[in-house]
Design a protein around this ligand. Structure first.
Ligand code: GLU
Length: 265
C-alpha cells in the first residue's frame, strides 16, 4: 500500500462530496437506494470517530424530478427556482436517513463570498467548527437559489475543495460516476487505463481530464482537477472514486487501491 493511501486510514476530518450523477437515476429522479447506502456509510464512519463534512449536489436535479421535468431549464431564474424546490427535497431525504442511523445533520448553503471574503470565510469556519464540535454532520451545497454567475462558484467540486481548506480537512473524497482519472476516455477507448496515484498535477494530467459533464450534473473531470489543485496546495489529499458501488467510501478510507488519489508528492 502506498504511503498516501496508508495515511487515509488514520484521517480524522474528511470532506465527502457527492455528484448529481451518483444521486440520481438517468431519468433525473433521486436514486434512493444509493443515497440510503451512502448516508449509512457516512453515519457509520461518524460512529467510528471520524468527522465527516458532506458536500452534496443534486438540488437542481431533485427540483427537476419533483416538477416532472426531464432536463434543466434554460433560464437562470428557473434554475434558481428548481434549486429552491430541490434543496428542500434533498434535505428531507438526508434528514430522514441520518435520523434513522442516529445522526444529526445541519445544512449550510454557501456562496462564493462565504469562501473567499475573509470575514465571511471566518464565519463559515466558525459555524462548521461548532457543528463538528456538537457531533453534527454538516451538509453543504452552494446557495443556488440566490447565486448567479458573477457570485457563483458554479460547481461543487471546487466548492468541496474550498470547504476542505476552510475546515482544514485531511482528505477530500469525490464520489462520481466514473472510477477515477483515466489516461483516455474509457467510454470510447478500451485501452484507457485508470491512473491510481497523482503525486503532481502537470499538463499531462490536465490533458487527461478533458471536458465533459452529464445533462444534469455540472463538473466532469475538468473541475475535479481544479479541486485537486486547491486541495493539494493546502496539503489535503484528494480521491476520486466511483459512487456507484456501495461501500467504496469505506474501502477508500481503509487504504484499498480504488480510484485516483492526488497528493503532495
Ligand atoms: N449546486 C448544484 C446543485 O445542487 C450542483 C453543482 C454541481 O453539480 O457541481 O444542483
Amino acid at each position: 500500500m502506498s504511503v498516501a493511501r496508508d495515511k487515509l486510514k488514520s484521517a480524522k476530518r474528511i470532506v465527502v462530496k457527492v455528484g448529481t450523477s451518483t444521486l440520481t437515476h438517468g431519468s433525473g429522479n433521486l436514486n434512493l437506494y444509493r443515497i440510503e447506502h451512502l448516508i449509512r456509510e457516512i453515519a457509520d464512519l461518524h460512529n467510528a470517530g471520524k468527522e465527516i463534512i458532506f458536500v452534496t449536489s443534486g438540488a437542481i436535479a431533485a427540483g427537476v424530478g419533483k416538477m416532472g421535468l426531464t432536463k434543466k431549464p434554460e433560464t437562470i431564474p428557473e434554475n434558481q427556482a428548481l434549486a429552491a424546490i430541490g434543496q428542500g427535497v434533498l434535505m428531507h431525504i438526508y434528514e430522514k436517513f441520518f435520523a434513522e442511523y442516529g445522526q444529526t445533520m445541519g445544512q449550510l448553503l454557501l456562496t462564493k463570498n462565504s469562501t473567499i471574503d475573509e470575514h465571511a470565510r471566518e464565519n463559515s469556519k466558525n459555524s462548521l467548527t461548532a457543528l463538528l464540535k456538537m457531533g453534527v454532520i454538516p451538509v453543504i451545497n452552494e446557495n443556488d437559489a440566490v447565486a448567479v454567475d458573477e457570485i457563483k462558484i458554479g460547481d461543487n467540486d471546487n466548492l468541496s475543495a474550498m470547504v476542505a481548506d476552510i475546515v482544514e480537512a485531511e482528505v477530500l473524497i469525490i464520489l462520481t460516476d466514473i472510477d477515477g482519472l483515466y489516461n483516455g476516455n474509457p467510454k470510447t477507448d478500451s485501452t484507457a487505463k485508470l491512473i491510481s496515484e497523482v503525486p503532481e498535477i502537470n499538463s499531462e494530467i490536465e490533458r487527461m481530464a478533458g471536458g465533459a459533464g452529464t445533462k444534469l450534473g455540472t463538473g466532469g473531470m475538468f473541475t475535479k482537477i481544479q479541486a485537486a489543485k486547491i486541495a493539494v496546495k493546502n496539503e489535503i489529499s484528494m480521491l476520486i472514486i466511483s459512487g456507484k458501488e456501495i461501500g467504496n467510501l469505506r474501502r477508500a478510507l481503509n487504504g484499498e487501491e480504488i480510484g485516483t488519489i492526488f497528493y503532495k508528492g
